[in-house]
Design a protein around this ligand. Structure first.
Ligand SMILES: [Zn+2]
Length: 211
């Protein structure tokens, strides 16, 4: 084969692959992206189309999605369980906070230049419904995921309240007391998460239960 003929063949092959790729891209079910608002109710998701993947974003949190497959309740439950990390929950909210300021640990520090580094991350499942998925199953999942995200949003709000308290402490305190006061709030934040999970049975009472 001459190099010109070879090039022409490669060109055609490339075009063919491009067309196949575009076709599969076009076939791909849509992603329904929902961002929760700060309302006191879970989102209403019953009007979403029954195809496509539901992805929920919680404001002020970094999102970490994990994919689950399955075409029945039992298969999905099984895959959720397989994806659990330590703790064994379908959703998880983690937060981190650290603080520092010039002259930390000394009596003549500069709290006005203090830095409070905060981070909140939420882990949520993402189910890709199979083609021709049972509509009732899709509705069931969407409802569940909405409630689960709503539960995690509760943790996010608790964390944000704690961080705001810490900012206030940095504003109001003396060098001698700031660190101890911040540690008290840190302990309160951990307690608040435990209390919230005890009150809601980790979201069960909010409908975050599948099936
Ligand atoms: Zn929880």
């Amino acid at each position: 084969m001459s190099s010109l003929a070879f090039l022409a063949l490669m060109n055609r092959l490339f075009l063919l692959l491009l067309i196949i790729g575009l076709f599969f891209w076009w076939l791909k079910p849509p992603v329904h992206s929902i961002t929760l608002d700060a309302s006191a109710r879970p989102p209403v998701l019953s009007n979403l189309p029954a195809n496509g993947m539901l992805e929920i974003t919680i404001p002020d949190a970094g999102m970490d999605y994990y994919d689950v497959s399955g075409s029945t309740v039992a298969e999905i439950r099984d895959n959720l369980n397989r994806s659990h990390r330590s703790g064994g929950f379908d959703g998880y909210t983690g937060w981190n906070v650290s603080w520092n300021w010039p002259g930390y640990g000394s009596a003549d520090c500069n709290l006005a230049a203090a830095s409070l580094d905060t981070r909140i991350s939420v882990r949520l499942p993402r189910w890709q419904p199979p083609q021709n998925a049972d509509r009732a199953l899709v509705l069931k999942w969407n409802n569940y995921l909405g409630n689960l995200a709503f539960h995690e949003q509760g943790h996010v709000q608790l964390a944000r309240q704690g961080f705001a308290k810490m900012q206030q402490i940095l504003h109001d305190s003396t060098c001698d007391e700031a660190d101890a006061k911040l540690n008290v709030v840190l302990g309160e934040m951990r307690q608040a998460d435990l209390r919230y999970d005890a009150e809601t049975n980790h979201g069960s009472t909010q409908g975050a239960k599948f099936p």
